[in-house]
Design a protein around this ligand. Structure first.
Ligand SMILES: [Zn+2]
Length: 194
């Protein structure tokens, strides 16, 4: 088996990223990291464990483990291949590597991404609502008033949620929970009314 196949068939990209100290955020079946190839405030480089490939929604970088190592360490393809085989102690005689995956911080990160997604959606709605008024009367529309009052706060929460310090994230999650309570109640009420 050649070196490339050896890596492709034996090495998990998720393990590789963890080995190189990237913090992985779980998103459903996928994982995400903060992209090292562009300034990334929220994890936007996604890892697809099924195909062992990655794609960054921020800068468009894509590929497999070898591509990642090559780009990240700024080395040639053959250097990247040898580095991986070396770092993981993989050889044709010994294709399996031993790497104890540290506890993935799934729970907490799942939490903040969950709130991030909802707040991002509200941010999108408010932006649209604020652009909607055509007449003076529209300015009295309760949706418009709500958007004007709450939009800045939603943006502030989004920013706070994307900070890397865990304690700030926790604070932001608590605030987001309170802030979203009203929305969730409204949604529950509408569900019942159906
Ligand atoms: Zn990127």
């Amino acid at each position: 088996m050649n070196k490339i196949d050896l890596i492709k068939q034996n090495l998990s990209l998720v393990d590789l990223l963890e080995f190189y100290q990237f913090r992985l955020y779980r998103k459903g079946r996928l994982y995400a990291i903060r992209c090292p190839f562009h300034t990334d405030n929220i994890p936007s480089l996604f890892i697809y464990p099924d195909t062992n490939t990655f794609y960054c929604f921020g800068c468009g970088k894509a590929g497999d483990a070898i591509d990642f190592v090559k780009e990240y360490f700024e080395i040639s393809t053959s250097e990247a291949i040898n580095k991986i085989l070396d770092d993981f102690n993989i050889s044709p005689e010994n294709p399996n590597y031993n790497f104890n995956v540290p506890m993935r911080q799934e729970e907490q990160t799942k939490d903040w991404l969950f709130y991030y997604d909802i707040l991002e959606y509200i941010d999108y709605l408010y932006t649209k609502i604020k652009k909607a008024p055509r007449t003076i009367d529209d300015l009295d529309n309760p949706f418009f008033i709500e958007a004007c009052h709450k939009h800045e706060y939603i943006k502030y929460l989004l920013e706070k949620l994307s900070l890397s310090e865990p304690f700030e994230k926790e604070e932001a999650i608590e605030e987001a929970q309170k802030c979203l309570e009203g929305y969730i109640k409204k949604a529950e009420y509408t569900e019942k009314a159906k």
